[in-house]
Write a protein that binds this ligand. Structure first.
Ligand SMILES: [Zn+2]
Length: 384
């Protein structure tokens, strides 16, 4: 699975129309084997089943079967994280996504798919490339959503065979330096091509100190700008070891990026600028097409809300009766507020940043938006 594919799936899920039967959104952590999710899955399914009307039993049976089938395949493929979106009944829908990185266990029912954890995954794991170089070989590894998607191996031509006996020691060393430089330039060229073809956003370097210094010196600015870190490694390190050690560093870097966006949000709020905070205001801004970037704290959990299917009236708390107080209609759609906000944001293809820990953002309600423009009311206010 690469980021582009994931983005397409997210868009499909964010725009799928409602039907009579509910959607089950099921995220599972398979990285610890069956023990890591089985009990939680079974107890959640039992609980969810009790909330359904009796006549929907068959549609839910279909959903349960789909999840078990996906789990069977996922275990065969040694998947670490599995997401299944399924709806039974008259308008069936089914999508299963397998990942090389774990997902949290989260199983819910709703009128639309809950895409929050996919969006968080997309924010955490972007595309990056590792260039590992030693004096004798090089490896270029493309990583997409924690998964190795491309690998280029090169070994360096043996120097001794190409050097004649008549060379002096100085001459030989000069020649060796030139060859090293050529080898590095060659690898940088391949790296450059791979990065632009694959849309990779970040670069990491690996190797010994001397080679790392030489590569850094040779990087053109467009690649140096993508560089997020370097670490020691040798040609005997396995690709899986290298990927595991870069992933941690990469996650840290992505969190830093999210923090920077949250800081920008706070600055804009201080300056009465293009920003907004709080659940209701952010939801309104996204609905009005005003929002540009959505920023959420990872622990943001506003609970359930509802929307009237008749008049569109929305409240950000669980419904207190079966009728809408505005139009007296009785068609209420309940939703998980966090999931609903992310769904609206993805419909408009906003960029979404999930921030691990940010005290000021939490005090602002755990959610904020950077805006494209101010609402007309604000224009009038600032003109007065
Ligand atoms: Zn209404």
């Amino acid at each position: 699975m690469d980021v582009k594919k994931l983005e397409e799936h997210i868009r499909t899920l964010a725009t799928v129309a409602e039907a009579e039967a509910p959607f089950m959104s099921c995220y599972l952590d398979l990285s610890k084997g069956v023990a890591g999710y089985r009990d939680e899955l079974d107890s959640r399914i039992q609980l969810l089943e009790k909330t359904l009307p009796v006549h929907s039993g068959r549609a839910f049976e279909e959903v349960k079967n789909v999840v078990e089938m996906c789990l069977y395949v996922a275990h065969l493929q040694r998947t670490k994280g599995l997401a299944v979106f399924a709806r039974g009944g008259a308008e069936p829908f089914f999508l299963s996504l397998a990942f090389e990185v774990p997902l949290p266990n989260w199983i819910g029912l709703g009128s639309t798919p809950n895409i929050y954890h996919l969006v968080e995954l997309k924010d955490n794991y972007d595309r990056y490339v590792i260039l590992l170089m030693t004096e004798t070989s090089s490896r270029i590894i493309g990583i997409n959503l924690g998964e190795v998607t491309e690998q280029l191996w090169r070994s360096r031509p043996d120097l001794r065979r190409q050097v004649g006996h008549e060379w002096t020691k100085d001459h030989y060393q000069e020649h060796r330096r030139e060859r090293t430089k050529l080898f590095i330039n060659d690898q940088i060229h391949s790296l450059d091509k791979l990065i632009s073809a694959g849309g990779y956003t970040h670069l990491m370097l690996a190797g010994n100190e001397r080679m790392l210094a030489a590569i850094r010196k040779g990087l053109p600015k467009r690649l140096a700008d993508k560089l997020v870190g370097s670490f020691p490694a040798g040609s005997t390190n396995r690709t899986s070891e290298i990927v595991a050690s870069t992933l941690q560093a990469f996650l840290k870097h992505e969190e830093q990026d999210s923090q920077t966006v949250a800081d920008k949000l706070i600055t804009q709020i201080h300056q009465h600028g293009l920003a907004m905070a709080g659940t209701q205001d952010c939801m309104d801004a996204i609905r009005a097409g005003q929002a540009d970037v959505l920023v959420m704290a990872k622990s943001y959990d506003p609970g359930q809300g509802w929307e009237c299917r008749g008049c569109g009236h929305t409240e950000l708390q669980p419904p207190s009766s079966n009728t809408c107080p505005k139009c007296k209609g009785g068609q209420l759609r309940e939703f998980d507020i966090r999931g609903e906000i992310v769904r609206l944001a993805e419909q408009q293809q906003l960029s979404v940043e999930i921030v691990e820990q940010h005290d000021v953002l939490m005090r602002l309600g755990g959610i904020g938006c950077l805006l494209r423009y101010l609402a007309p009311a604000n224009y009038m206010y600032s003109a007065a």
